[in-house]
Write a protein that binds this ligand. Structure first.
Ligand code: TRP
Length: 340
């Protein structure tokens, strides 16, 4: 089972929640950009994880819109349905089905140790914390294991969930025979920590950033350009990369380098003797040039929801080919009576 592969390339699986509306620059540089690159070297499977989204209450229309928007942005960023598998999690019912089996293999204490659950449940309060939120990491494990995934590209904050996934895979394999590939975390480091433009010491994130510190990719480019131009730096004047002493300037150099492909060292040379204003103005231009085609493509996908939905349906069909095979093996090994 675990060795069956449609291609020789290692498989990657990752998921993104459809909750933030527009992606921000941190999402793109920290994750989406790597997803796009991995299509060239890996058998890449990506999902908009709407089942995970409802672990926190969602407005139905907003969830539907956000799901299409997330998919459109992934396509706009360069995911190619011919070269990867892109689908909406709830379109593949095997995720929920495998999650149940995995729930029955997960210790209560084991799940209670997940730090992300502890953080999120503390924020939600006892009343707002659902059992779904508690078993969120188990559903994530099911996502990964269904596809016999080799590598899981995620940020550092997901490491514990990947560890749990490995533990569950090993437990299942040990108890029922070799069924699941043991996945490894593929921690995204490069430019993975884009800082808030107003408070570069904190990560650019939906929950933590100030409105002026966070760059939304679907905003009008001139709104974001202004945010770059008014980014917080320091009282020194030298454009030098030093994340400790000069977090603001260093963050701008990181973003510039990531968007332009020029090395930070090269940028330091280029801006030698210039003031911060020059860096900010040029970065605003580099960003605008990069974001415009992304926005245009994304809006084109959103303009034709029927075509977008058809693309997602094809993705789900492709995903199900693998998912049904894994689930069948799991059901058989667990001892479920096959339906006739
Ligand atoms: N929990 C992940 C996050 O918040 C999203 C996710 C869901 C995921 N299922 C996944 C990531 C499977 C990787 C693999 O970022």
């Amino acid at each position: 089972m675990a060795s069956e592969r449609p291609t020789q390339r290692p498989r990657v699986f990752s998921g993104i929640q459809p909750t933030a509306g527009s992606f921000h620059l941190g999402n793109y540089l920290g994750a989406v950009r790597q997803w796009v690159a991995l299509q060239e070297t890996h058998d890449a499977v990506y999902s908009v994880v709407d089942l995970h989204a409802i672990t926190i209450a969602q407005d139905p229309k907003e969830l539907r819109d956000a799901t299409r928007l997330a998919a459109a942005q992934l396509l706009g960023a360069g995911l190619d349905p011919e070269r990867c598998t892109l689908f909406v999690q709830s379109h593949v019912p095997e995720h929920s089905q495998l999650a149940w089996v995995m729930n029955c293999l997960t210790g209560f204490g084991e799940a209670a140790r997940m730090t992300q659950f502890k953080d999120k449940s503390a924020k939600q309060g006892a009343e707002g914390t659902t059992v779904g939120l508690f078993t969120y990491p188990v559903l994530q494990a099911a996502d990964i294991l269904l596809y016999q995934t080799d590598q899981v590209p995620v940020g550092e904050d997901q490491r514990q969930h990947i560890e749990l996934t490995r533990d569950l895979a090993q437990r299942f394999n040990g108890r029922y025979g070799d069924t699941f590939t043991l996945p490894a975390a593929y921690i995204l480091k490069e430019a993975a920590r884009i800082g808030d433009l107003q408070d570069p010491a904190i990560k650019m994130s939906k929950s933590a950033s100030s409105p002026k510190g966070i760059v939304w990719l679907m905003d009008e480019p001139r709104v974001s350009a202004k945010k770059f131009r008014s980014a917080v730096t320091d009282t020194d004047t030298v454009i030098r990369y030093d994340p400790e002493a000069k977090p603001g300037v260093s963050n701008l150099l990181d973003v510039y380098s990531a968007l332009s492909g020029e090395s930070v060292a090269r940028l330091e040379e280029k801006f030698a003797g210039q003031l911060y204003g020059a860096l900010k103005t040029e970065l605003a231009e580099v960003f605008t040039d990069w974001v415009q085609p992304f926005r245009t493509r994304t809006l084109e996908y959103l303009d034709d929801p029927a075509e977008l939905d058809a693309t997602l349906a094809r993705g789900a069909a492709k995903a199900r080919e693998v998912a049904t095979r894994t689930l069948e093996a799991v059901y058989e090994r667990v001892g479920f009576l096959p339906p006739r």
